[in-house]
Design a protein. Sequence first.
Length: 108
Amino acid sequence: MNINNLVSDAHQNAIDHGWWENPKSFGELISLMHSELSEAIEDHRNGKEYDNVFYVDEKPCGIPIEFADVIIRIFDACGYYKIDLESAIEEKMKYNLSRPYKHGNKKM
């Protein structure tokens, strides 16, 4: 399965579950993406292993699941805005190959 198929599937699932009855602003979508990363850092702060998936009442939890949630939210937004994410990733990765070692002179 390619990335754009996953984008389509994630967006359709969100539509089917009612999450687009009242479309959110771009800022709200970004905030929701960020909230999933915040959940991942909380799992880290609580001592969860990076690759540990655990279950609470049959719901998968853990850092890998929160990372998946971030990607699913990004896929959903890309579906809504009709962004060709696969092409964007390929283009950016190709560009990154041309960049110098530790470009930008930043600390992190």
